[in-house]
Design a protein. Sequence first.
Length: 561
Amino acid sequence: MTSSPAQSARDLARHAVARALENAQAEGALPQFGDGESAPAVEVVRPDNTEHGDLSTNLALQLAGRLKRPPRAIAEALAERVTLTAGEGAVARAEVAGPGFVNLWLAPGYVEGALDAVRRAGSDYGRMPADTTQSINVEFVSANPTGPLTIGNARGAFVGDLLCRVLEAVGHEVTREYYFNDFGTQVANLGKSVLAVRQGQPLPDDGYRGDYVNELAAAVPADVWAQAQAEPERAGWILGEWASERVRAGIEASLEHLGVHFDVWKSEGSLHREGWVERAVGRLRESGHAYEQEGALWFRSTDYGDDKDRVVIRSNGQPTYLAADVGYLIEKFSRDFDRLIYIWGADHHGTVARLRGGAQALGFDREQVHVLLIAWVRFVREGREISMSKRSGEFITLDELLAEVGVDAARWFFASRSPSTGIDFDIELARKQSNENPVYYVQYAHARISSILRKAASEGLAPAPSLVDALEGDEVSLGLAKELLRLPDVVRDAAQAHETQAITTYATSLATTFHAFYRDRRVVDADDPSTSGVRLALVDATRITLANALGLLGISAPESM
RNA sequence: GCGCCCGUAGCUCAGUGGAUAGAGCGUCAGGUUGCGGACCUGAAGGUCGUGAGUUCGAGUCUCGCCGGGCGCGCCA
């Protein structure tokens, strides 16, 4: 990744500014840093106001204190040198503005060449390796297989998959993992519920109800039923084991329907059977992070910022959920992951400290363990909140939600909102306004481009092979071109922040820029094949960029709609 | 009571300490003898919950207060 195609415009500008600083210091125009001090990381951003350049740096403002020079004087020294040293000729012009910003304008020649690279990269455009790539495990959804996924699981499913997609886009190797409980009392309760329905008896108090339980009861295979009848005292477990696997398979099918594919399905039972829990508890004991009290074994999690110590082995000898979590930690690390990411509902925030503390106590780096908390979604129908309970059988399944609003619209909805913000999802509104949904605005731009390209082909017009020397002087075309070049930076920032809403914002902005371009520049013109060729090439690059932005979010890019 | 998250336009939400706080929807007024009107242009609409502090600069960081959500189990 030393050659220019792997570097974004912002990378090049950042290097150019850094070199300008070095040169200014070497030439004596600016003081050197003191002993042991190093140059700060150069921040280059895209200004909100286009009059402030394509890119801008506040480096002079940040250095004013350390170098004991007025910010504008530092900015002048940088601006004089940044175009001379400019990375690969990317920066054509630099201006000092305001209190000491250095505003930068990209060279048309650079933009034209970069656009050719976009077209060569095709569906790979926007993917750019991070400085270091890692093997990352992302565990999400992880709902227990006691009933179908509900709309309550929707946000975690989408946000988790979206995070995986952006991590993959910057070169990380990602494993999507689903953790489920296949042997707890909840599974037995499911089995007892199936048994009760099958025998026409009233459901147990802590049983599950709903159509899916009736369907399960009707679908019990003969051999499973015979086994349950042969061992009446274990009938709940036998039926529960069968039912939960059937439910789990249904969950998997629902997730596949959303475009979410899990690489690993890990059961809590297997962690116990394979000895991971025992091993983890042993390591806690040996390392002195565990102690016995009142017949139970406690993990001294307060050493790691938890507000109280936690039981790992109950006085009845049974391990707690935390014990399994800690066992799972060493099991995951045994698979050589560099980073573990957990996506949990915000109601689990109280368990973050003990999990990360457990990792630390076992000798792992707590920085390798990330927990992304997903805020609650209030599902609303006609202004009224929908309350749900699996036990009561009153819930809306994920499948039902998707049948109403569509996968693309749902993906966009969750991708465009910060995971930490609580949000309202009005199902009626989502359905009623579906044609006004921003996702269709972006998809429409893509369909419109596809139509233009089809029309051009039918008139015998072809995109120009290269845009070099073709755009300079046309600010409308250059403006669109510069917008296209932002994608890799947007993706990289999203991956670093573990958030995707910037991608939807960008896609909307790009669609707007394209629609304005379309208004101002005629693309298909048989009387001017040369100009048409240039604009077709630019439009084709726009198609690629829109498709890739949508593709990163798992949203389709239709050629007509 | 303690801890975590949140409070930005009528509604739903964006907003790396940076320049005049944005988008979609909604409202109002307009727009195509050319390539898709699911489009475009413009207008109205903000004490960024509130009060202090930090600094060249705060929607963004710190503290207090107000309001909302969630969590505080040898449950999962």
